[in-house]
Design a protein around this ligand. Structure first.
Ligand SMILES: CC(C)(COP(=O)(O)OP(=O)(O)OC[C@H]1O[C@@H](n2cnc3c(N)ncnc32)[C@H](O)[C@@H]1OP(=O)(O)O)[C@@H](O)C(=O)NCCC(=O)NCCS
Length: 187
């Protein structure tokens, strides 16, 4: 498998990622199947990492950097949760998906670590994330240095709006413990 980074994502690949997002979320909510593809306006400005099995994308994740909490993707899911606004620049981790056939191989952990390192190198002071994926995902993130701040209002857009209220996590940067182990084909 090969991980590739994109600062501008080609339109054809974005369509494939949009489809992959739907397929990945179908295991969490059957309502995801009502969607053909899932892309949004942040896709054009974000940095993307895509894991390929041959030519096929099997996992993807996105990072966008913001000066204000109100500007991050899924901003509604953070409303009223942080006792103090995260220090900007704020790195928003979102749209992590791993195809069911590629799960359990450490891809999500790898994509989280790459994003943490990228946020740190970009001078971000906070990394934030809201997730309705459940306690296993929260545990995975706290092991990486995120802190569970609380639970936010439910997401407003499909497919996430069909899931329970999200956990909101924060990692204060710089966070020196991020080291990315070698990965076949990484570049
Ligand atoms: C959550 C998800 C990205 C995990 O991908 P993955 O590549 O299989 O994860 P990894 O192999 O890196 O890690 C597996 C670990 O993730 C944990 N985990 C995190 N979220 C999980 C979830 N929703 N279901 C099952 N396990 C999950 C497991 O407990 C396991 O822990 P371990 O390292 O102690 O064994 C994948 O299941 C997925 O795409 N789910 C649907 C979309 C989603 O929930 N995205 C995350 C949004 S924040």
């Amino acid at each position: 498998m090969e991980i590739r980074e994109f600062s501008e994502i080609p339109p054809d690949l974005l369509q494939q990622i949009g489809r992959l997002r739907v397929q990945a979320w179908e295991t969490e909510t059957v309502r995801a199947a009502e969607m053909i593809s899932w892309v949004d306006r942040f896709d054009h400005a974000a940095r993307h990492w895509v894991v390929f099995a041959g030519t096929l994308p099997v996992a993807a994740a996105r990072l966008s950097i913001h000066q204000a909490l109100a500007d991050v993707p899924d901003a509604e899911s953070y409303a009223g949760v942080f006792p103090q606004t995260p220090t900007p620049p704020i790195a928003s981790f979102n749209r992590l998906v791993v195809h069911p056939s590629a799960r359990g191989a450490g891809l999500s952990k790898k994509l989280d670590m790459i994003r943490l390192q990228t946020a740190e190198q970009a001078g971000c002071r906070s990394a934030i994330l809201s997730t309705a994926s459940g306690p296993a995902r929260v545990r995975q993130l706290t092991r990486l240095g995120f802190e569970l701040i609380g639970f936010g209002p439910r997401f407003q857009t499909p497919p996430l709006c069909y899931l329970p209220a999200p956990a909101v996590l924060l990692c204060r940067l710089p966070h020196c413990a991020v080291e990315i182990p070698a990965f076949a084909g990484n570049r």
